[in-house]
Design a protein around this ligand. Structure first.
Ligand SMILES: Cc1ncc(COP(=O)(O)O)c(C=O)c1O
Length: 416
């Protein structure tokens, strides 16, 4: 087609990118008080929560637990060890089977294996990207002791179904809420529908200090255990050399908490902007044939967004495949990802011999690779994942996102 391009041609074919001037906000970005609080922490000399009173960590964990409707919060170094700590609080033992989604970041399953458990992978619903309750029911065996579910992208798991299932079977339930800051189910923030909820404050998350995490619980006894376990076996408030359980050091650093405290002050405004922009995208994209949004659900009374997910159907784009569409959209200046390329069952890390080597002698590990996971495979094949940075954009810029999709659709014959 060389020589025939016009300004209206697709950018991938030599035309003008429609969203060339889109100013996508930077992330992470410092809040008003970030430098001040970090400086205050540096100058205070209290660089570890053991060396000060009412430290940044302590204040943050109380504030975050209150915001998330939880009685207790224990701040930790990151979202991965938050899951490990949660599993220990729930009493995981070597060889215990724990159900996890087949579509999630590896940490959800890795934490189970690192604590001596056997992760069992469960299919997800193709549109919520969360544990499919029917698949959970089918996956439960007599060796299953608990579930670590994920509120993927901030869209909450079906907490009606899952809390029924764990009650029926006497399982523990950990909510991996790494993506779900601020998400609500029936008017209550996620994180305490199960025994323990875990969050990540890693750099890509909507509330971040670069790294960080927290576990939340309403259970006083679990909180007591968590305090002890997270502080290398010490009783809170007693920084000496008396250790009541052998454990690791999961503590959050004071400098992390100082930065996080400032970022948390900016969070409510950012949260609102993301939610309003997500609503705009839901309205705009649901009118475009071949693009499907995540299902509305009245039980979700508020939703955080670690990313904005939609789905691509080639039937709306004259049979053009998702990856070709993604390349064309990116050329227009709208950068869209496709999420994880494989179910967790296909990760080299969970190959039978590798996983077996982490577990106690005699614990059997299934051969996961051929597990049928239709929901997971549908997500992998159709997902469009927009960074949450887009949800912080000015509306005039954001309007370019659906406009770019429409442009690709209007000119789809150029891609065939
Ligand atoms: C679903 C999920 N769980 C856990 C984690 C681990 O969090 P972190 O990176 O803070 O260790 C992540 C990180 O991306 C995640 O996406």
């Amino acid at each position: 087609m060389a020589g025939q391009q016009t300004a209206e041609s697709l950018a991938i074919d030599g035309g003008e990118p429609i969203a060339a001037d889109f100013e996508v906000p930077n992330w992470p970005t410092p809040a008003d008080n970030s430098l001040e609080y970090v400086q205050e922490c540096v100058e205070s000399g209290a660089w570890c929560r053991l060396n000060g009173d009412a430290t940044f960590v302590e204040t943050f964990e109380e504030a975050y637990a209150t915001y998330h409707d939880a009685d207790h919060g224990i701040a930790v170094a990151n979202g991965t060890v938050a899951i490990e700590l949660a599993l220990r609080m729930c009493g995981i033992e070597p060889g215990d089977e724990v159900l996890v989604p087949a579509y999630t970041f590896i940490a959800t399953a890795g934490a189970v294996a690192c604590m001596g458990g056997v992760p069992r992978f469960v299919d997800v619903d193709p549109r919520t990207c969360n544990l499919d309750p029917d698949a959970v029911r089918e996956a439960i065996t007599e060796d299953t002791v608990g579930i670590v579910g994920v509120h993927f992208g901030g869209y909450p798991m079906d907490l009606d179904e899952l809390t029924d299932i764990v009650d029926e079977h006497g399982l523990f339930f950990i909510e991996d809420a790494a993506h779900a800051h601020g998400t609500e189910w029936r008017g209550e923030k996620v994180g305490t529908f199960g025994e323990v909820g875990t969050f990540s404050f890693q750099a890509s998350k909507c509330l971040t200090a670069g790294e960080g995490g927290i576990v939340l619980t309403d259970d006083d006894l679990l909180a007591e255990d968590g305090e002890l376990l997270h502080n290398i076996g010490r009783v809170p408030g007693k920084p000496g050399y008396r250790h009541y359980v052998l454990s690791s050091n999961y503590r959050m650093a004071e400098l992390q908490a100082a930065l996080l405290t400032a970022q948390f002050e900016a969070f409510p405004d950012e949260f609102e902007r993301r939610a309003e922009n997500a609503q705009f995208l839901d309205d705009a994209l649901s009118g475009i044939p071949g693009i499907e949004i995540q299902p509305p659900d009245e039980r979700i009374t508020q939703r955080g967004y670690a990313n904005y997910t939609a789905f691509f159907d080639p039937a709306g784009f004259e049979g053009v495949d998702r990856d070709t569409f993604v390349d064309a959209l990116s050329a227009e200046g709208i950068h869209v990802g496709t999420g994880y390329g494989h179910p967790l069952t296909e990760q080299p890390a969970v190959a039978r011999e590798r996983l077996r080597s982490m577990l106690p002698e005699g614990v059997d590990v299934p051969f996961f690779r051929h597990q049928s996971l239709p929901g997971t495979r549908e997500v992998i094949g159709s997902r469009l994942s927009f960074s949450q940075r887009y949800l912080l954009a000015d509306r005039a810029d954001l309007e370019l996102l659906p406009a770019a999709i429409e442009k690709v659709r209007d000119n789809v014959e150029e891609l065939r």
